[in-house]
Design a protein around this ligand. Structure first.
Ligand code: PRP
Ligand code: URA
Length: 208
């Protein structure tokens, strides 16, 4: 079964509470998404492979380390966009591949509208970035796309998950670890996570 990592970092707990507050305006909301994504990505990349790298310090030669895996960041549009910048600062050599999906409001099923992946995979590890794992439909569809592309190692990095989404993602992709800041109580009848934070895309882009 897929590993589920729920961050217990105090800064994550603190920032997530600010993010949930309905009075948090879009600029602050975007800052918090960016900051949370950094901490969650640090945790999600703790097992990246390293190779030896010679280093010359002002005092001596030594053997240092270099990340040996090519990382791809795969934000799910729109809301995943807000998680890219911070993680990209952390891993500046990462490639960014956008996947455009929106949830049909009636069926809650994901509809694909953007995918420009090249023919062959160009990275070793994909970090799928999306703040919300609700029914799990968008994450499962994105990881289906990445696996058909040939991605071998995929991790999901989100901010809030519903138990329903965790279960669905685990069943569909048991090899994909899930890294989130919280697993909330339930989904409501409209497919929103409760207590959640509302619509992550609208709150970032000021389109509520
Ligand atoms: C939101 C969110 C996820 C999806 C999660 O996107 O960013 O992509 O819903 O729901 P699911 O787990 O039930 O698929 P939305 O479709 O609202 O699009 P947006 O990011 O463009 O606002
Ligand atoms: N998408 C969101 O942005 N929020 C939810 O609660 C569920 C899906």
């Amino acid at each position: 079964m897929a590993e589920l990592h729920v961050s217990e970092h105090p800064l994550v707990r603190h920032k997530l509470s600010l993010l949930r507050q309905s009075s948090t305006e879009p600029k602050k909301f975007r800052d918090l998404v960016r900051e949370l994504a950094i901490v969650l990505a640090v945790e999600a990349t703790a097992d990246l492979a390293l190779q030896d790298e010679p280093v010359t310090t002002p005092l001596a030669e030594m053997t240092g380390a270099k990340v040996a895996e090519r990382v791809g960041l795969v934000p799910i549009l729109r809301a995943g966009l807000g998680m890219v910048e911070g993680v990209w600062d952390l891993i500046p050599g990462a490639e960014v591949w956008h996947i455009g999906l929106y949830r049909d409001e009636r069926t809650l099923r994901p509809v694909e509208y953007y995918n420009k992946l090249p023919v062959q995979p160009t990275v070793d590890v994909c970090l799928v970035l999306d703040p919300m794992l609700a029914t799990g439909g968008s994450a499962v569809a994105t990881i289906d796309i990445l696996k058909r592309w040939g991605a071998r190692r995929v991790k999901f990095v989100g901010i809030i998950a519903a138990p329903e989404g965790v279960q669905r993602l685990r069943e569909a992709h048991p090899d994909v670890p899930i890294h989130v800041a919280a697993v909330d109580d339930h989904l409501n009848e409209h497919g929103y996570i409760v207590p959640g934070l509302g619509d992550a895309g609208d709150r970032q882009f000021g389109t509520a």
